[in-house]
Design a protein around this ligand. Structure first.
Ligand SMILES: [Zn+2]
Length: 362
């Protein structure tokens, strides 16, 4: 409106000049406005046309790339997809004691991922050999099929692997082996070794038992007070590291040891100590399978043979080993493999476990 008013104002001024000049001026202005509008319209049309051309180019190039990709990658072939089983191809379980988790499989061929079909069932409560089949067929009809084998074994017994006197130089290696097979063991620890190893034992789900701080027979078996102080010292160490106050313990030499006789002056200290453990709510554990790694055995082969030949078929085996001995730790993987292949399960000790008490001699 303001613009128009100004123009009107100009025309009003023009009334003062000669009428023929005023007409000429008006015509010139109209002519200029007509050109302006024409140019504006042409500009708009140009932008629209350019956009259309760009869009067509974009669509064409996308389609061409897709066609090229299909031509390059997905040409008909005679090769079957490659199926990869997730997890182990052979799994061994003990009937009624293990779980089977179906991890499936993936299939790939030149055109990418192919759907996998699965058939077969596993009854984890009934011994037998089970197979799960995985098959996949690509766009050109090439098919592949692979299988997983699941051995469900009869239960042949429970093994409690126990390791005394550590932590030692080989304990970390031992923990690696136990982790590899997802087996939990029991460590009767002393004041030896690094705190970090005890922390790792605890964090990885193993049981931590107490084996006295000093493991010094002459001191601990000289009096009930000495023994108690030494036991509490290692209990406090474990609690400081893990926050867990253990009441699982093993006497150095076992509850049947005769060495203590040398130091207690014939006062029947083992009877007094086992009674004290009961009274104070501790559980003491002996063993019924001796690897003889503390005397007799000096190689991993001997340790392995001593253990597997003494396992209680259908029963519970508390195995004594020392994680401060390299050859004993070296034998553990073979013992574990033997146990898995022969229907044994592995457990850690708890307050309610079978304790394999030897019986006290003094
Ligand atoms: Zn010991």
């Amino acid at each position: 409106m303001g613009r128009r008013n100004r123009k009107v104002g100009k025309l009003d001024d023009d009334k003062q000049i000669a009428p023929e000049f005023a007409v000429q001026k008006t015509l010139k202005m109209r002519h200029r406005r007509w050109w302006k509008r024409r140019l504006l319209r042409l500009g708009c049309l140009g932008i629209v046309a350019l956009s259309i051309v760009l869009a067509v180019l974009l669509v064409t190039s996308t389609v061409m790339t897709k066609v090229a990709e299909q031509q390059n990658v997905c040409q008909p072939d005679e090769e079957a997809p490659v199926i990869t089983i997730n997890g182990d191809e052979i799994i061994t379980l003990v009937a009624g004691r293990g779980e089977y988790t179906e991890l499936g499989a993936t299939a790939i061929d030149a055109c990418g991922e192919v759907a996998v079909e699965m058939e077969g069932e596993v009854d984890v409560n009934t011994a037998g050999v089970y197979r799960v089949f995985y098959s996949a067929t690509d766009n050109f009809g090439n098919a592949a099929k692979v299988r997983r084998k699941i051995n469900v074994l009869e239960y042949h017994g429970t093994i409690y692997l126990t390791f005394d006197d550590g932590p030692g130089d080989y304990t970390a290696m031992l923990l690696d082996v136990l982790a590899k097979y997802n087996i939990k063991a029991t460590f009767f620890v002393t004041n030896n070794g690094d705190d970090a190893i005890i922390a790792r034992e605890y964090d990885e789900g193993h049981a931590i038992g107490l084996h006295t701080a000093s493991h010094n027979y002459a001191y601990i078996y000289a009096s009930v007070d000495n023994f108690w102080a030494d036991l509490i010292a290692v209990q406090e160490r474990v609690a400081r590291i893990t926050g867990y106050t253990s009441k699982l313990m093993r006497f150095p030499g076992g509850s049947s040891n005769l060495v203590s006789r040398n130091y207690d002056g014939g006062k029947h200290i083992m009877s007094a100590l086992t009674a004290l453990m009961d009274e104070r709510g501790f559980n003491y554990f002996d063993w019924n399978v001796d690897s003889k790694d503390a005397g007799g055995a000096t190689t991993a082969d001997e340790v392995y043979n001593n253990v597997i030949s003494a396992l209680k078929i259908g029963g519970e085996s508390v195995v004594l080993q020392h994680d401060v001995k390299s050859f004993s730790v070296e034998a553990v993987e073979r013992i574990v493999q033997y146990g898995i292949d022969n229907g044994f399960i592995f457990e850690k000790l708890t307050a309610d476990s079978f304790n394999a008490h030897h019986g006290v001699n003094n």
